[in-house]
Each structure stands twice: as C-alpha cells, then as structure tokens.
Design a protein around this ligand. Structure first.
Ligand code: NAD
Length: 277
C-alpha cells in the first residue's frame, strides 16, 4: 500500500463504475484504465459483441468487469441495467455517460443542404447525446441520491463552446450536455448531497469510427480539408489519442477533485484556446 498523500487523493480501488457507450473507442480506453486502478466496471452498450470482447479482455487482465446490453435512450432498458449492477455489486459510485455520436445523415454535404437534413436523423442525434445522458442520469442519479454520494461524468465536445460547421444537431446536443452538466451539478448538491458531483470533459478531435469519414480521405488515407483545418487549429498539432483522456477522468472521478462540480474540461491540445492568429 502506497501511503503518499497524492496516491490517496487519486485512489479509486474498490469503487463501482458504470460506463455507457463503454464498448466504443474512447470509453473502452477509459474502462480499461479504470479497471487497472482496481475499479469494478459495468460496460453498458448496444453493441453486444463489443461488450463481450472488452469484458473478457479486462477480466483476463485481472480486472473486474461485467457487460450489460443497454440502450441509453430507453428508460426500461436503463432501469434493468441498473438492477443488474446493484445485484452484482450493491452500489454505484461512478457514472460515465459516454454513449453518443453524430450521424452522417445529420451532416450537411454538397448534395445534402441543411434545409433537407431529415428530421428523424436530427432527432436521433439529439436523442442519443442529450436524452441518452439525461435519462441515464435520472436512473443512476436516484441511486446516488439514496447513497448520498456519487460522481457523474458527462462527455461534451468542442462543439459545445462554438459550433463546428456541418453538424448542427450534434453541436446543439453537446451544448445542451454542457448546460445539463451545470444544471445537474447544482441540483444534486442542493437537493440531495454535496457529495454528489457532476462534471464533464470536452474532448477535442480523436480519430474514431464516427468522425473518420470527416477527417480522413477514405480513398488515399490523407487528411481531408476539414482534417487539415483541425490540425492547423490545434496548437499541439495532432489528433488526440484515447489515453489522453484518462488523467483528467481519474482526477474528476477521484477525491483529488473533491471541491469541483459543474465544470466542463476541454482536452483538446489547445484547440479551444487558439484564435487561429
Ligand atoms: P464510438 O462510436 O467509438 O463509441 C460510442 C459508443 O456508444 C459505441 O460503442 C456505441 O455502440 C454506443 N452507443 C451508441 N448508441 C447507443 C445507445 N443508444 N445506447 C448505448 N450505447 C450506444 O465513439 P467515441 O468517439 O468513442 O465517442 C465517445 C463519446 O465521446 C461520445 O459521446 C462522443 O460524442 C464523444 N466525443 C467524441 C469525440 C471524438 O473525437 N471521437 C470528440 C468529442 C466528444
């Protein structure tokens, strides 16, 4: 046992975490990182194959993970997942609302102007990102209210500070996630317990399945015009790698941030700080 004060500040061993979208690129990396810190991790996702793969990888490496198929837009599905986590581990200390993403059908392009974006595609994006965070927070937030402690971490985006071109529903939904983060932080502290904290991270540009088509040209593997613009406007001159998120996430989920609630932390290589001049 390491008795250095900084070690204790970041110690999460024995905690129970729920990670939605846990089979995705960014949240799989976070789930692996938490498991290595001794956290019991419940991976919630709609991707059964992805869940099974990750859970067996974590458990084979000596971690403690369970996988639950769950749709974050469906309260019945979320409640059923919560029951399974409580049955397995009896409590929920940490929640990462990671499920989210954009759709190519809600993205403007030369032959698909804003005026013609289909309403069901726009609704899908807002539902997944905003309500997929809010509904899950209702279910697991109630458990934390009963426990009188817990930590919720939402995933916002660069879009929340200033909208990016071409993806209006995703931009609006992530701005709403940042707003909801502040709302819920205040609500939980005032109404239930000051030991329930709610924060968010806003990742910059990380190459994943959902944005690859926008940033990398599939024909030659080179940066698209948009991908080049991102690198030009990122002072650190690279895309993020999933492990770039872990340090900030461990800070926000641990006693090291015990007086921090209601903030959105950019993890973006300086993108949001740079005026371009
Ligand atoms: P990803 O597509 O790899 O992961 C998203 C995961 O969510 C997938 O495993 C998917 O199966 C799951 N999912 C989708 N719909 C679901 C639903 N209804 N219920 C449960 N699970 C569902 O994406 P990622 O890049 O790892 O993104 C993770 C989070 O980070 C998202 O909220 C995304 O918006 C956000 N984000 C990503 C970037 C980036 O550059 N990749 C930047 C900023 C924010």
């Amino acid at each position: 046992m390491n008795n250095r004060p900084a070690y204790k500040l970041f110690d999460l061993s024995g905690k129970v975490a729920v990670v939605t979208g846990g089979a995705g690129v960014l949240c799989a990396a976070l789930s692996r990182g938490l498991a290595l810190e001794g956290v019991k991790v419940a991976i919630l996702d709609v991707n059964r194959q992805g869940i099974d793969h990750l859970v067996s990888e974590i458990n084979l490496a000596g971690g403690d993970a369970i996988g639950i198929e769950c749709d974050v837009c469906d309260t019945t599905s979320i409640k059923s997942a919560a029951q399974q986590v409580i049955k397995e581990w009896g409590r929920v200390d940490l929640l990462i609302n990671g499920a989210g993403g954009n759709s190519p059908h809600a993205t403007t392009k030369a032959d698909l102007p804003f005026f013609d974006l289909p309403d069901n595609a726009l609704e899908w994006v807002v539902e997944l990102n905003l309500f997929g965070t809010m509904l899950v927070s209702q279910v697991f937030g109630r458990i934390m209210a009963d426990q009188q402690n817990g930590i919720i971490l939402n995933i916002s985006s660069m879009n929340a500070f200033r909208p990016l071109t071409r993806i209006p529903a995703y931009s609006a939904a992530k701005a709403a996630v940042s707003n909801f983060t502040q709302w819920l932080a205040v609500h939980m502290a005032l109404e239930y317990s000051p030991d329930i904290r709610v924060n968010a991270i806003a990742p910059g540009f990380f190459l994943t399945d959902q944005n690859h088509y926008l940033l990398i040209n599939k024909d030659n593997g080179e940066l698209t015009e948009r991908g080049q613009a991102v690198i030009t406007h990122t002072p650190m001159k690279r895309f993020g790698s999933p492990d770039d998120l872990l340090g900030v996430v461990l800070w926000l989920l641990s006693p090291a941030s015990s007086f921090v609630t209601g903030i959105v932390v950019p993890i973006d290589g300086g993108f949001s700080a740079y005026s371009g001049v």
